[in-house]
Write a protein that binds this ligand. Structure first.
Ligand SMILES: *Cc1c(COP(=O)(O)O)cnc(C)c1O
Length: 381
């Protein structure tokens, strides 16, 4: 089955009881047992629910994995994956990391005795000095947020296998349409399904996908024991969203390319960060491991003035100023005052999050409307 067929069919068959083509929303917590233990495969909806299980099979297929597990949010998936570790273990993580992931690592799991090292992984040899006998996991996000750095997953998997580590890749920004980390040697793929996978900004959900039976068994044990599972209605919405993932992503990529080119030629724009630009420092890695370059773009303004950036993001009509990304509608954000406000200016500027940096999640609207919207907003400065 090819990708664009999997999005619609993988894991899904007509409902055995009614013949319904669309997976029903099994809004039930419990299931009949004829005699103790004699049931149809379902006992209690924390452990298993047919709507959720269908979604789990579908995302496992999209990532070329064997096992998929869904959680109540992307961060609940992060939580479950880190619970594979024990006190004293160490994790090496990318330094340009989703803020919530950084927060759960440093503010929650460090209290439980797990140590995290944050390392720039664009240069893979940076990892060497952090690997010791306590190192158990590498955590990578690529493309990174908001700087759109690209990390070489295959190179990471070589280091990971050599040192018997578990390689986790947060594939939220790329989605399996653009990049399949398990094929490149990753052990676990993590998703915030809230973003491109759901695609309509109407659900919060997360997932973990793997090939290995032993890892899956442990993750399932944690999912069932800790209980951060999504409900059947939300599972249905994400299943429905995924049916158009390949079509949406195609348009996100086309619009992303147009917007990146427009910004790159604009006299008021300084640098444009989009992995599809030949001037992007990791362009060749991106071209190797991704099928296209997506709709996430960051840029900063000539003069690097904070108020100019605020003027631009306050004057767009179709690019709505909001947190989050990956929906059909375009969004814009100002990392220095929004997602990265808690990081001291000196620290955030080291990774490129300067005062005038603007992040776009380019939606699938008509491209002319989107370009005109940015043009008129930039004309206000
Ligand atoms: C949003 C996001 C998360 C967290 O997911 P939630 O669904 O918001 O809990 C993790 N990683 C990345 C890259 C994200 O964009």
């Amino acid at each position: 089955m090819k990708f664009g067929t999997k999005t619609i069919h993988a894991g899904q068959t007509a409902d055995p009881t009614t013949g319904a083509i669309m997976t029903p929303i099994y809004q039930t917590s419990t299931y009949i047992q004829k005699s103790p233990g004699d049931h149809k495969g379902f006992e209690y909806s924390r452990t298993g629910n047919p709507t959720r299980n269908t979604l789990e099979k579908n995302i496992a297929a999209l990532e070329n994995g064997k096992h998929g597990l869904c959680f109540g949010s992307g961060l609940a998936a992060v939580d479950a994956i880190i619970k594979l570790l024990s006190p004293g273990d160490e994790v090496i993580s990318t330094n340009d990391l989703y803020g919530g992931t950084y927060r759960i690592f440093t503010k929650v799991f460090e209290n439980f005795g797990i140590k995290f090292h944050f390392v720039g992984m664009e240069n893979i040899s940076n990892l060497d000095s952090y690997i010791n006998s306590k190192t158990k996991m590498i955590w990578a996000e690529t493309p990174t947020n908001p700087m759109l750095n690209i990390i070489d997953i295959k190179a990471l998997s070589i280091i990971s296998k050599k040192n018997k580590l578990t390689l986790v890749v947060d594939n939220t920004f790329a989605t399996p349409f653009l990049q399949r980390p398990l094929d490149l040697g990753a052990d676990i793929v993590m998703h915030s399904l809230t973003k491109y996978m759901g695609g309509h900004s109407d659900v919060v959900m997360g997932a973990a996908i793997c090939k290995d039976d032993a890892i899956a068994e442990k993750l399932f044990f944690i999912q069932n024991s800790c209980g951060a599972v999504p409900g059947p209605m939300d599972s249905f919405l994400v299943l429905r969203g995924i049916k158009t993932l390949h079509i949406r992503m195609q348009r996100h990529c086309e619009n992303g390319k147009e917007i990146a080119t427009f910004l790159n030629n604009h006299p008021k724009v300084d640098k444009v960060y989009w992995p599809g630009l030949k001037t992007h420092p990791n362009y060749s890695v991106a071209k190797n491991q991704m099928d296209n370059f997506g709709g996430m773009i960051s840029f900063n303004l000539i003069g690097n003035n904070l108020n100019d950036a605020i003027t631009v993001v306050s004057n767009t009509h179709y690019f709505t100023l909001a947190e989050s990304l990956g929906g059909v509608e375009s969004l814009c954000g100002h990392p220095a005052s929004m997602t990265h406000a808690a990081i001291p200016k000196i620290e955030r500027e080291k990774t490129g999050v300067v005062d005038s940096l603007i992040r776009l999640s380019v939606g699938i609207e008509d491209i002319n409307d989107l370009v005109n919207d940015l043009e008129q907003a930039l004309s206000k400065i």
